[in-house]
Write a protein that binds this ligand. Structure first.
Ligand code: AKG
Length: 270
């Protein structure tokens, strides 16, 4: 079976050995991104007064605006190069840092948070803005996905946007961290075990990205922990039957409310 669908074998090799991929062809032109960004306020107005933009999670189930992005064939072709022919999309979430905002994303491994087994999930991070070190772009530790899941610690930092994280120098070392730089409309891809995080945005520029989570159909969600877990099959067939599927949305902008539990401090390590 070939897994080089629209990725070169070198790119696939880099992803498998480093746990991430950059320098991919742009998904959207500048004009397309301008149009996509112009629609974003239609989602923001659906937030409740006590909610922030981080609450726009899994709204691709209820908004064709986002569903079209997560199902974009240009993205699916690249994901297929990693996951193979049979995979679904289950997650999407905005990580928006407004200019001069103190919010950080602690170093973490996504899989520690997710009741999914086995680890076979690719995150696509789409830049809605130009993103770099100055406005709090993501950093990743190359090869860190190969070391297994590490116990995360509770984060008491007021500005941390996740409740659990890893300690630099104790759990891992940041010496080799790679800074992601993306133009609006470009993507990065990362493995669900790769250690990554991001700093605050002290700049005058917004830093917005949409994360999308794609899993091979062999990945089984724990429906007792996540009773509202639902997916859309992106490519191929699902012969495993682990995952409930939802119909595509029919409205342009809709919010999704779901039952959500914080990850326990010992994560969902298996
Ligand atoms: O956008 C960021 O800074 C972090 C994103 C992230 O943690 C993720 O994609 O899992």
């Amino acid at each position: 079976m070939s897994f080089t669908h629209y990725l070169t074998s070198d790119q696939r090799e880099i992803y498998l050995s480093q746990g991430y991929l950059l320098d991919l062809p742009p998904i959207y032109t500048a004009e397309e991104m301008t149009r996509i960004n112009a629609e974003l306020p239609n989602l923001l107005v659906l937030l409740k007064p006590d909610e922030n933009t981080g609450e726009i999670r899994e709204w691709h189930h209820t908004s064709t605006y986002l569903y079209e992005i997560v199902m974009n064939p240009r993205i699916l072709d690249l994901v297929e190069g990693i996951l193979g022919p049979d995979f679904y999309v289950w997650g999407s979430a905005f990580f928006i840092k407004e200019p001069r905002s103190p919010g950080t994303v602690p170093w973490h491994q996504d899989a520690y948070y997710w009741p999914l087994s086995p680890c076979n999930t690719v995150t696509v991070w789409i830049a809605f803005d130009d993103v770099d070190e100055v406005n709090g772009g993501m950093k990743i530790i190359p090869g860190s996905h190969l070391g297994g899941l590490i116990k995360h610690r509770k984060k008491d930092d007021l500005h941390a946007t996740l409740s659990l994280g890893l300690e630099d120098g104790t759990d891992f070392r940041t010496d080799s961290a790679v800074q992601f730089q993306l133009k609006a409309g470009e993507i990065s891809m990362h493995d669900d075990r790769a250690i990554h995080g991001s700093q605050a945005n002290p700049s005058e520029r917004r830093r917005a990205g949409l994360t999308i989570r794609y899993s091979g159909t062999n990945v089984k969600p724990d429906l007792e922990i996540s009773p509202d877990f639902v997916a859309h099959l992106c490519r191929g067939t699902d012969t495993y039957g682990h995952t409930p599927y939802a119909p595509a949305p029919t409205t342009r902008y809709g919010r999704k409310d779901y039952r959500r539990r914080d990850a326990p401090t010992d994560g969902y390590t298996r």
